[in-house]
Design a protein. Structure first.
Length: 309
């Protein structure tokens, strides 16, 4: 490689010396040796930068965020039904807290989300003082009147990332909000949300953000009617998500062991207006709401997509 480089440089230098045009008065140009040296140095720098392939890497001229390489790698959130959120991963420094707030009647807290950030919301029960002192104790389920807590985090991903729940892919995210609910998890059970990127070296391609122009005029604080979609047990998460978003429904994810093929939808609960603990289940049970029925929903309570772990 180095001998090839030296011979290549000698060829370029001899070529420029022999083909050097002289002025008509027969005198050499006073600046020609310096120019030749500078040219040889430029050739050497170019060859060293490109290697034997001879093609120099070019920076992308585009300024769209889709074309900018992101340095974000991995950030994982691990939590139980009582919270105790643990953050890990090489890009955990890209995560900053956004606060923790009690939520009554299962309604989502309206976290502010800066335009360029990803918002992660983790729903859990308050962590008891005795559990903080001794995390090895069996965790008791909270009383019915105790409000849940939503803990938020802002993540600077820079580009598309993939969200995995307990090792199973959920969706591609960028400038979006993802909610994870652990309030129905068993005592001592742990749920893990992993954000990984950049997307270039991973299977699949990021889907474009959902076209929510049809939902833009809807009031997020007023009950409204929707048509229940068809979602069977074992439906891919992406398919269920698309059908729910078509009805302008926000979602949160949960995971439970058993009940079907891991990584697929086990059940979807669509919250109904009028009572805080009522929801239409998909797939439906006996004597309940069926797909295609029109129901009145509370948009302040996200639909829960439970994924089989």
């Amino acid at each position: 490689m180095r001998s090839h480089l030296r011979s290549h440089l000698r060829f370029h230098l001899r070529f420029h010396l022999r083909s050097d045009p002289r002025p008509q008065d027969g005198r050499a140009h006073p600046h020609r040796p310096a120019a030749l040296a500078a040219g040889a140095a430029a050739v050497a720098a170019g060859l060293l930068a490109t290697g034997c392939g001879g093609t120099a890497p070019t920076a992308s001229a585009g300024t769209d965020d889709d074309t900018v390489f992101s340095t974000f790698s991995t950030a994982s959130f691990t939590l139980g039904s009582r919270g105790d959120v643990q953050l890990s991963g090489t890009s955990r420094t890209a995560v900053r807290p956004a606060g923790a707030y009690p939520v009554t009647a299962g309604r989502a807290h309206a976290f502010p989300r800066p335009a360029g950030s990803l918002l992660v919301v983790l729903r859990h029960w308050p962590q008891a003082v005795t559990e903080r002192a001794s995390r090895g104790r069996a965790r008791l389920m909270p009383p019915p009147e105790e409000p849940a807590v939503e803990t938020g985090y802002l993540v600077d991903t820079g580009s598309w990332v993939r969200a995995d729940l307990d090792g199973h892919p959920l969706q591609w995210l960028r400038r979006d909000t993802i909610r994870i609910d652990t309030t129905n998890s068993a005592p001592g059970d742990r749920t893990r949300l992993t954000l990984s990127g950049p997307h270039g070296g991973r299977s699949g391609q990021p889907a474009p953000p959902p076209d929510d122009r049809a939902c833009a005029h809807l009031d997020r604080w007023t009950d409204r009617r929707v048509v229940l979609p068809e979602v069977a047990a074992g439906t891919p998460v992406g398919t269920a998500l698309a059908r729910l978003r078509k009805q302008c429904l926000d979602v949160q994810y949960a995971s439970l062991p058993g009940g079907g093929r891991p990584g697929t939808v086990r059940q979807v609960l669509v919250p109904l207006a009028g009572a805080p603990n009522t929801a239409a289940a998909l797939p439906p049970g006996e004597g309940t709401h069926q797909p295609g029925d029109t129901v009145r929903v509370d948009p302040r309570r996200p639909s829960t997509v439970t994924v089989t772990r």
